[in-house]
Structures are given as C-alpha cells and as structure tokens.
Design a protein around this ligand. Structure first.
Ligand code: NAP
Length: 252
C-alpha cells in the first residue's frame, strides 16, 4: 500500500491504534502515531511517533498540511471526545480523509445487573446516594467528581497516579489486560458491591464485567460521549486497513 508519499496519521493511545500502526507499517505504509503524552511509559507503536497536543483543531490542521498527511485514522479511546472533535474539524478544513476506528461497546448479558448513566457526574451522584463498597475503574479523568463522597468506600484503579481521591479509598496503579481470576480476587478481597466503569468496550478490561456477573455485583455503566457527526466509522482494524487501501488507491 505504501508508495513513499506522505504519511498516514493514526491518533492513538489505545490497543487499536497500536495494532493498526503495526499492521500498516507491515504493509509498507508510512505511519505517524500521535500520543497525547498522558502515560509515562507508553508502549511504542510501530512507525514514527509524535507526543503531545497539537494545539486544538487549528494546530492539527496545520500539522496535516505541514506533514502532507494523506489520511487520518482516529483510533483514540471512545471517551477521548475532544481530540475526535478536533480531528473532524481539522480534516474537513484541509480536505484530508478521516476515519473513526472505534471498538464496539460492551453489551449486558443474562445475569448482569447494569445501570446506565449519561455522564460521570450522574454516576457519582448515584454512588453518593447509594454508598457501599465501590470498585472505581474510570481512569483518572472525572475522579474529582467522587472526591467529596464520604458514604462509600472506594477501590480506585488507574494507570497513572490521580490528582483526586475520595476520602475513604485505596489506590491501585495497574494497567490491563486484566485476568478474570485477578478481578474476582480483587472484588472478593475488598468485598466490592458496586463496579463503576465507562462503556469502553474491548477485551483488555472486560474481565471485571465477567467477574461482576459471576459474583452478582451491581455495575454502573457510564455511556460514551456522542461521536462527531459526518465522520465515517468502523469497529475493526481490518475495516480501517480496507478503507485506507481504497483511499490510497493501491493494492496491498
Ligand atoms: P481528550 O479529552 O479527547 O483530548 C484532550 C486534548 O489532549 C486534545 O484536545 C489534544 O490536545 C490532546 N490529545 C488527546 N489525544 C491525543 C492524541 N492521540 N495525540 C495528540 N494529542 C492528543 O483526550 P483524553 O480523554 O484526555 O485522552 C488522551 C489520550 O489518552 C487519547 O489519545 C486517548 O486515546 C487515550 N486514552 C483515553 C482514555 C479515556 O478514558 N479518556 C482511556 C484510555 C486511553 P490539543 O487540543 O492540544 O491537540
């Protein structure tokens, strides 16, 4: 597929972005993966890597023109709404094709006790009312909304140290993939009765939901932010590769 012309920009920070870069580089495509720089020691994707914000949609548009980017694949996390919105604006502005690669959300199965919330704030309000022993797995963003809750005890799991923690809490710094045995062990050990999670999807962090189902633990699921309108979307890496083939107009 690659012909030595401009690069393809992969907006990454996810397992999907990592896999896509590897696959495209393997097919001879020049890839630049962009990472936000939130994680201290990220896995280094194949191809070129740049780190840090672009400076909004305008900065991203300038980057696309300056680097002669042929196409953008936005493989960022389903909850990274700002960068996806910026990519939509920038790509439209400079006429570069954009594809959103977004993994499907998890779906409840028989035996699940899930309640959906429209935002982290709504889930926090529910926990504040409910109390209990809560396994909080929403990452660092939004933890401040739980910081004033005194009625509940929290097991908080993040990749990087958070700036806010609830008063009664234990912090675990860890990154997926997580095993079912490990998740069941944590839930049992800390006598968890509520799991709070984003509707992230993907296999790497799915075991906590299976563990919750098996142990009869309630789950508060925070819905994804709405995607930008007018952007083509696929769910799987292979579909993104096929889209790119069609755009670059060359056989792999
Ligand atoms: P966000 O709120 O959508 O983005 C905030 C700002 O961070 C953007 O405006 C942009 O700054 C910069 N940014 C974000 N992703 C970038 C990227 N891939 N390359 C360059 N700049 C980027 O994003 P977020 O929720 O903070 O997530 C940051 C990164 O972590 C994303 O790449 C995402 O894939 C990954 N991640 C997020 C979550 C989550 O739950 N949100 C979970 C796992 C991984 P400028 O405006 O200056 O360009």
């Amino acid at each position: 597929m690659g012909d030595g012309n401009g690069p393809v920009l992969v907006l990454g920070g996810t397992a999907e972005g990592f896999d896509l870069a590897q696959r495209l580089v393997g097919e001879g495509v020049r890839v630049i993966t962009s990472l936000a720089g939130r994680v201290t020691k990220p896995r280094k994707p194949a191809g070129e890597v740049r780190v840090g914000g672009f400076g909004g949609s305008k900065g991203l548009a300038e980057f696309l023109v300056g680097e002669g980017v042929l196409a953008v694949i936005d493989a960022t996390h389903p909850f990274a709404a700002q960068i996806s919105a910026n990519a939509a604006v920038a790509a439209r502005l400079v006429g570069v094709p954009l594809l959103r690669l977004e993994r499907p959300p998890w779906r409840p199965q028989p035996g699940d006790r899930w309640t959906y919330f429209a935002s982290v704030g709504e889930a926090a309000a529910f926990v504040s009312e409910r109390g209990g022993r809560v396994f909080l797995t929403i990452g660092r963003g939004g933890l401040e909304l739980f910081a004033g809750i005194e009625r509940a005890w929290f097991l908080v799991r993040c990749v990087e140290p958070p700036t806010h923690l609830p008063p009664k809490s234990k912090l675990v710094l860890d990154r997926g993939p997580f095993t079912l045995a490990g998740e069941e062990g944590l839930i049992r050990k800390h006598r968890i009765d509520l799991l709070v999670t984003k509707e992230s999807g993907g296999s790497q962090t799915e075991a906590k939901l299976t563990a919750a189902r098996r142990l009869g633990v309630e789950v508060a699921v925070i819905r994804r932010p709405g995607p930008p309108t007018g952007v083509e979307r696929v769910e799987r890496t292979e579909e993104a590769v096929a889209w790119l083939r069609a755009r670059l107009g060359a056989a792999a």
